[in-house]
Design a protein around this ligand. Structure first.
Ligand code: ZN
Length: 102
């Protein structure tokens, strides 16, 4: 939880959801999944859209071992000809590979 002061600070920097340039016209029930597609960070974005935008970049691994595997997989993928390896996709691949290996 954040304090009231922190919340006020956030609203100074970000738009309220009802004024958000990205999501204000989206139907409420579609907001969660539509935010996953945000690939731009315009001025006047709300806190929730801002958070969704950054979560699209950050890859959460479950532990350090997985982190190491992912760090190794990225240059490997680049060598295989993918100029922009996607951490989210690589992690999914790594997990699938592990699930089929016994
Ligand atoms: Zn928004």
């Amino acid at each position: 939880m954040i304090t009231r002061a922190e919340r006020l600070e956030l609203f100074k920097r970000f738009a309220r959801e009802r004024d958000c340039v990205v999501c204000k016209d989206w139907p409420r029930r579609e907001k969660v999944w539509r935010r996953l597609e945000i690939d731009d960070l315009p001025k006047g974005i709300c806190v929730r859209c801002n958070r969704a935008f950054w979560q699209g970049f950050i890859v959460w691994t479950k532990d350090e071992v997985e982190m190491d595997e992912l760090t190794e997989a990225i240059p490997e993928d680049r060598r295989r000809g993918n100029p922009r390896p996607n951490g989210h996709e690589l992690l999914k691949e790594l997990r699938e590979r592990k699930a089929t290996r016994h």
